[in-house]
Design a protein around this ligand. Structure first.
Ligand code: NAD
Ligand code: UDP
Length: 310
């Protein structure tokens, strides 16, 4: 049976790859986006397909649609963008997620929420397991995003317990790849764009903070597997568990681009997590998930993409 799948945030970086994958599997895809950080360019190659539909809409407003599955990705993901209008960001995760859960309940659709490693905040447990409740500042500049995503998880669980909605909670760790926005502000896109333009590579702080970077194809595969898995709600971590310091990342990108850019240091933003690496044991056990794309391969594909857009 052909499924109809709603992807909110479908014109964004991860969403556009997910649209492609689900279309290639023969589904009808409805891509819904308010184009805050997403762009038509990300999905323009899909616009002519008969099983693809695009709706400009903001999930903070209710909408009536029929769908079998909902992937709720709508939410700005980079600190620069989610802090631009912090109140709108938290509304997207609270009112927006409530709207999507209401839709799932009425349409009897399965719903997957794109949660985040940010629910762990500046973690005191390393690597981060799903049982860890996190160390999040409720009143800081990252709170609109972190606390918003935590409430989104709460809403998902409550709709599941109270209304038996079939839910999936996926905690996404730093993901990168083609179609990240050039002005996105996240570390991988910033460093690649700076290296290719010969501008200074801006490390915030001393660069000893760590992140674990997942190539978008691995992440999207994990996402679809989670949606298909019966009787498993998560939360489950999905990402790549190879951990690098931000300085190591800058040096790799300098080397892979052959750039002569200088590495410079800028002040570290407040509440910037010191370290982050997913424990992927649960994803391995429940979803047989294992990231396949090593960092040099993923970075080179992303560099190739940015060379074509710059
Ligand atoms: P992105 O900014 O490229 O995509 C988000 C999309 O949502 C954009 O197309 C944007 O226009 C749209 N959007 C934002 N607010 C909306 C609203 N109110 N209504 C409708 N559309 C709206 O970011 P991304 O990296 O593709 O992230 C996708 C999802 O994954 C987000 O929910 C994000 O929180 C989550 N996530 C991403 C990462 C990562 O490393 N990329 C990590 C953790 C979680
Ligand atoms: N970062 C950096 N230079 C940049 C952009 C980001 O050093 O130009 C750092 C940032 O301070 C953080 C890490 O890189 O320590 C990852 O930042 P990003 O915004 O990509 O993701 P998040 O902090 O949400 O994991």
């Amino acid at each position: 049976m052909t499924k109809t799948i709603l992807i909110t945030g479908g014109a964004g970086f991860i969403g556009s790859h997910l649209c492609e994958k689900l279309l290639s599997e023969g589904n009808n895809v409805i891509c819904l986006d308010n184009f805050f950080t997403g762009s038509k360019r990300n999905i323009e190659h899909l616009l002519g397909l008969k099983n693809f539909e695009l709706i400009r809409h903001d999930i903070v407003e209710p909408i009536l649609i029929e769908a079998d599955e909902i992937y709720n990705l709508a939410c700005p993901a980079s600190p620069v963008h989610y802090q631009y209008n912090a109140i709108k960001t938290i509304k997207t995760s609270v009112i927006g997620v409530t709207n999507m859960l209401g839709l799932a309940k009425r349409a009897k659709a399965k719903i997957l929420q794109a949660s985040t490693s940010e629910v762990y905040g500046d973690p005191l447990m390393h690597p981060q397991k799903e049982e860890y409740w996190g160390n999040v500042n409720p009143i800081g500049i990252r709170s609109c995003y972190d606390e918003g995503k935590r409430v989104a998880e709460t809403l998902m669980m409550d709709y599941h317990r109270q209304h038996c909605v079939q839910i999936k909670i996926m905690r996404i760790f730093n993901t990168y790849g083609p179609r990240m926005a050039e002005n996105d502000g996240r570390v991988v896109s910033n460093f690649i764009v700076q290296a290719l333009k010969g501008e200074d590579i801006t490390i915030y702080g001393d660069g000893s903070q760590t992140r674990s970077f997942c190539y978008v194809d691995d992440l999207v595969r994990g996402m679809v597997t989670l949606m298909e898995k019966d009787h498993f709600t998560g939360p489950v971590n999905i990402g790549n568990d190879s951990e690098y310091t931000v300085l190591e990342l800058a040096e790799m990108i300098k080397e892979f681009t052959g750039s002569k850019s200088k590495i410079v240091h800028k002040p570290l933003p407040s509440d910037d997590p010191v370290k982050r690496r997913p424990d992927l044991t649960l994803a391995g056990k429940e979803l047989h998930y294992k990231p396949a794309v090593p960092i040099h391969e993923g970075l080179n594909k992303t560099i190739k993409y940015f060379k074509t857009v710059l």
